[in-house]
Design a binder for this molecule. Structure first.
Ligand code: CO
Length: 133
């Protein structure tokens, strides 16, 4: 079963400026981390029980860099927590979701993540997150 909303991902050009701006909303910075496999640096800010993830590209060929080029800064993805990402992926594929990741891959803070293509979720890139246990 898909859990609660884990975070909302926002693509940004300048991470430090974005962190400063979102702190003005009262969110507190949890951590900043590079995720080399995805070619991004992320900052997680606490927003009540959920989080805001600010994402900026580390290299020009990362998918977030292409997103910024095409669409500019803004909402990038919606992430749900799950306790068993592998079986969740299998079940969602069976239900007709198009998987970006056929298998979970490393996310921030030792998590496992996988994305579903926006084509199969009404235009929204969806991420599944299984936190390190
Ligand atoms: Co995310």
């Amino acid at each position: 079963m898909i859990g609660p909303v884990h975070h909302v991902g926002i693509a940004v050009k300048h991470l430090d400026a974005a962190i400063d701006r979102y702190r003005l909303l009262g969110l507190s910075l949890d951590f900043v981390e590079d995720v080399p496999a995805a070619g991004v640096r992320v900052a997680f800010l606490k927003a009540g029980g959920a989080r805001v993830e600010l994402v900026t590209p580390l290299r020009a060929e990362s998918t977030v860099a292409r997103f910024l080029e095409k669409r500019g800064e803004g909402l990038h993805h919606l992430a749900f927590a799950t306790a068993d990402i592998a079986s969740e992926l299998a079940q969602l594929e069976e239900q007709g979701f198009e998987l970006v990741d056929r298998a979970p891959r490393p996310g921030a803070h030792g998590s496992q993540v996988a994305f579903l293509h926006p084509r199969s979720s009404h235009g929204v890139l969806i991420e599944l997150v299984q936190e390190r246990t």
